[in-house]
Write a protein that binds this ligand. Structure first.
Ligand code: NAD
Length: 435
């Protein structure tokens, strides 16, 4: 395929070398003539493992060249990749100026071109950019999105220092577009890359890179804070974190990464508090770890606010324990929400088929009776009572016999889903906590 690459920085330079190696004819474009000259000499614009060799090889094979003439680049290619920079503005937003300028340049090139053109956004951009660029290109080219050109979002996941390896062996390739031609063009560009090819919603593709990088930043700061506390305790933090990463069932895995309700139970809140207290004893500030509990409190407040925002007084709760499949009520986050609602005079009914008050004992029993002394009055063994007598139903457990009934319940009832049950989403008055 004939490809033009707008922006010859880290992403653009790696793309040129790797796309040429995959067999494509690649034409780089940059506003900086020095970068264009380097590529035309068969040299990379960046320092990066294996890239010099790829650029030299591609140039020698006649597959790589570069120009400052963006109109020519559009005319001579079927696809343009946008790899221009998106630095922060002073306020912290992404500066979309370079993306906009490059899109306008592509639009100007399109004026002189008859065949269909695919624009692929490789830069990290704010959600909404794909659709906005369609409008911008239409405005400046007089061409029609979907008919004369299309825009595909295809976020880049490479790491500097390992960029070439990451380009050829990504964990996945993500593409999104409202044009099937655009998706199929991207599929054929990457056909030699052995990785899952995921076609997703455009907004998901656009926000994914922010989420990835924020998580990477979170991991680094978390490990640093753990290191800081371990140093005070004379514990080898590097050995510790190597061990930590060996648990790829619970620690380095998709476990605990689904948006939903607050955490609770007999372990997480207690041990988190204990670690925070050790840090406090050493006068250590650990902003990430210190604030985990605050974030959790806000998630409970979110549910309280969702309920109070509906202006209904009769509230049904499905699921009282801290997670499904257990009768452990200790620090169950829904209990905090119930307590607050009761304090404001809401009528509460609770259904949980795992919780049998006459069978619970020990710390579990003392916790629930200390927090909700009238729990016996709130609990019902008949879910139909909840369905009939509540205006708002909070779903905090997936009891198989109950979900079907909830899905078919009176459309005037409000459903607040804390655990993401697809079947309920068709209900007219459905709200998910974080979706
Ligand atoms: N660097 C990374 O590791 C990395 C990884 C993934 C994604 N990204 C994202 O990719 C994008 C590019 O990042 P980068 O590090 O390669 O940026 P960079 O600053 O190294 O390169 C951007 C290039 O774009 C050129 N440019 C600006 N306007 C232009 C225009 N109108 N036409 C042609 N060229 C133009 C600049 O001269 C510069 O050479 C950013 O959105 C970034 O967030 C970067």
């Amino acid at each position: 395929m004939k490809i033009s690459i707008f922006g010859l920085g880290y992403v653009g330079c790696v793309s040129i070398g790797c796309l040429a190696d995959l067999g494509h004819d690649v034409l780089g474009v940059d506003t900086n003539p020095a970068k264009v000259a380097l590529i035309n000499k068969g040299k990379p614009t960046i320092v990066e493992k294996s890239i010099s060799e790829l650029i030299r090889k591609g140039k020698k094979a006649g597959k790589i060249s570069a120009t400052v003439d963006y109109r020519k680049a559009v005319k001579k290619s079927d696809v343009s990749f946008l790899c221009v920079g998106t630095p922060n503005t002073d306020a912290g937003h992404l500066n979309m100026e370079y993306i906009n300028n490059a899109a306008i340049q592509i639009a100007e090139g399109l004026k002189h071109k008859k065949s269909f053109h695919t624009v692929i956004i490789r830069s990290t951009v704010v959600p909404g950019t794909n659709r906005r660029l369609i409008g911008l290109i239409e405005e400046y080219s007089g061409r029609k999105g979907g008919k004369d050109f299309c825009v595909v979002s295809n976020p880049e996941f490479l790491r500097e220092g390992n960029a070439v390896e990451d380009y050829f062996h990504p964990s996945l390739t993500v593409v999104a577009s409202d044009s099937d031609i655009g998706i199929e063009t991207a599929r054929s560009i990457y056909e030699k890359i052995d990785a899952p090819f995921k076609v997703v919603d455009i907004n998901i593709a656009e926000i994914l890179k922010f989420v990835n990088n924020t998580f990477h930043a979170l991991k680094i700061t978390f490990a640093n804070e753990i290191g800081n506390i371990c140093k005070r305790l004379n514990i080898d933090s590097v050995e510790l974190m190597d061990l930590f990463a060996m648990d790829n069932k619970l620690n380095t895995s998709k476990a605990y990464l689904r948006p939903g309700f607050a955490f609770g139970g007999s372990c997480l809140p207690k041990d988190l508090r204990a670690l925070n207290t050790i840090a406090h004893d050493y006068y250590l500030q650990l902003p990430i770890i210190n604030n985990i509990e605050n974030s959790n409190i806000l998630q409970k407040k979110l549910v309280y606010d969702m309920v109070t925002g509906l202006n209904k007084k009769r509230i049904g709760i499905i699921g009282l324990s801290f997670k499904e499949g257990t009768d452990d009520l200790r620090e169950s986050p829904i209990i905090d929400v119930i307590e607050r609602l009761m304090g404001k005079g809401y009528e509460i009914k609770v259904y949980d088929e795992n919780v049998n008050l006459s069978a619970i004992i020990g710390a579990n029993k003392s916790f629930i009776f200390s927090r909700l002394p009238h729990i016996k009055r709130l609990l019902t063994a008949d879910v139909n009572e909840i369905l009939k007598e509540s205006d708002v139903i909070i779903v905090n457990a997936r009891f198989p016999g109950v979900i079907g009934k909830l899905a078919k319940s009176n459309p005037r009832k409000h459903i607040i889903d804390l655990i993401h049950i697809d079947e309920l989403r068709k209900h007219k008055n459905y709200q998910g906590i974080s979706w």
